[in-house]
Design a protein around this ligand. Structure first.
Ligand code: GCO
Length: 447
């Protein structure tokens, strides 16, 4: 195995607005559902919030230099909707928008391509209060207006857009389990409608972008449940493909195929979402690439005796894992790309997220020796190299994350960055893994 990456490969990192920006109340920004959610006692570990976090709002120039030194070709960030449209609608807050214009200019001047996500979970609070957030079609309409206004303003700077980050987290974790904002626990019928509304919003955003920035490349950053065959035999591979389609029927499969699978509609029965044929067409407009947030997958075995023909093995407690339920499954990288490619032939695949959380610590000598993250990178990128060698059109890898940041309801304890952040002083320290990533980018090969 050569384990070489092509010259054109997009080496990148990712972050999101609420997790890194800080400046929660600066320059006319409106509140988001996260600004409200973090105030509820007990919902975030240690009752933390991201009012300041890594303060990228004020440190973006320094951060772009870190990226440049790594040799990055791309940076994925998200826009905070309520920073640019404080109540989610109406007039643009130009001070807020200027931040993103400046960030893009700084990136472009340093040879780094901006990849912007329109929605990474921080809905303007006003849209939640006034309409019930994603339960309402009003929010879909305002999302379309938001994409319209902003893409017109940023055309010329941003050529690659993600409409949404992770439907599962937005809907199931936010409106079903209530673990992240808006912290609701809806019953199945209402939850399914939220899921559907998010897909319609994606379709609306994509349609808008086709007219505002026709040359832009557009996709989603989605984290489906990935499936891997227990062995590379036709029967298990076919079983894994079938499981992948069916388990992700309410999000990715619907987007890629323009329909809800019968198995999903039958399972949900009267709780199934209401939808129209036109909406399904909107949802499934062709995308220019497929962004996959890929952390791990589950093993699947063909099982002729079961109703659906397969058996899925849930992650096992004896499996290698990090400090949270993030299992170490490097081969999910190869299988995730291969199965998505065989099922739907996307024009291009981007690994829009992959990374490792850890309890990184600064050593007595001031360094962070995260050799375990190097192990992670070696193994996952080795698996990705296999996908490339087999001709699967993977075009980029966005490491999550550039910096340690606010990890949602887990607060600041799990660290994901290539750079350690001291949240008191804002000092950034490159970890050992940053050196490894820099070297990998430079030579396009895995050491
Ligand atoms: C997600 C989000 C990121 C997370 C990352 C690590 O995948 O949950 O896109 O915001 O921080 O994935 O959990």
């Amino acid at each position: 195995m050569k384990r070489k990456f092509p010259e054109s490969f997009i080496w990148a990192t990712g972050t999101s607005s609420y997790q890194v920006e800080g400046a929660a109340f600066a320059d006319g920004k409106g509140l988001s559902i996260w600004d409200e959610f973090v105030q509820r006692p007990g919902v975030i570990v240690d009752d933390q919030n991201a009012h300041v976090t890594c303060d990228q709002y004020h440190h973006y120039k320094e951060d772009v230099q870190l990226m440049k030194n790594l040799g990055l070709k791309g940076y994925r960030f998200s826009m905070c909707w309520s920073r640019v449209l404080p109540s989610g609608r109406g007039e643009i807050n130009h001070k807020g928008l200027d931040y993103y214009k400046n960030l893009c200019d700084e990136l472009l001047n340093n040879g780094i391509e901006p990849y912007m996500t329109f929605y990474h979970w921080d809905l303007p609070l006003a849209l939640q209060k006034d309409f019930g957030g994603w339960e309402s079609t009003q929010t879909i309409m305002y999302y379309g207006e938001y994409v319209d206004k902003i893409s017109n303003e940023l055309a010329g700077r941003v050529k690659n857009f993600f409409t949404f980050n992770e439907f599962l987290a937005c809907a199931d974790v936010g409106y079903g389990m209530g673990l992240i904002a808006p912290g609701l626990k809806l019953e199945a019928k209402r939850l399914n409608q939220v899921r559907h509304n998010l897909l319609v919003a994606h379709g609306t955003g994509l349609q808008v972008l086709r007219s505002t920035v026709p040359s832009a490349k557009v996709t989603i950053a989605e984290n489906p449940f990935f499936m891997m065959p227990v062995a590379d035999k036709t029967e298990h591979v076919e079983a894994a493909k079938k499981a992948f389609r069916e388990v992700n029927a309410h999000f990715l499969t619907a987007i890629m195929e323009g329909k809800y699978l019968d198995c999903y509609l039958e399972k949900e029965k009267w709780n199934a979402p209401q939808f129209t044929d036109d909406e399904m067409k909107l949802i499934s407009q062709p995308m220019d690439m497929l962004g996959l947030n890929l952390y791990y997958g589950k093993q699947v075995k063909a099982d002729p005796n079961s109703e659906n023909g397969y058996m899925i093995f849930e992650s096992h407690r004896d499996q290698p894992t990090g400090i949270a339920d993030f299992y170490f499954e490097p081969s999910s990288m190869y299988w995730g790309c291969r199965i998505a490619n065989e099922l739907w032939h996307p024009k291009e695949i981007l690994i829009s997220e992959n990374g490792m959380l850890a309890n990184d610590r600064i050593d007595a000598d001031g360094n962070v020796y995260d050799s375990y993250r190097i192990t992670h990178l070696r193994c996952y990128l080795g698996s990705l190299a296999r996908a490339l060698e087999e001709g699967i059109p993977v075009n980029g890898y966005f490491h999550w994350s550039l910096l340690d940041n606010f990890e949602w309801h887990h607060g600041y304890r799990p660290r994901f960055g290539l750079f350690h952040v001291n949240f008191q002083t804002q000092k950034r320290t490159p970890k050992l893994s940053a050196e490894w990533y820099q070297d990998t980018i430079k030579y396009g090969r895995i050491s």
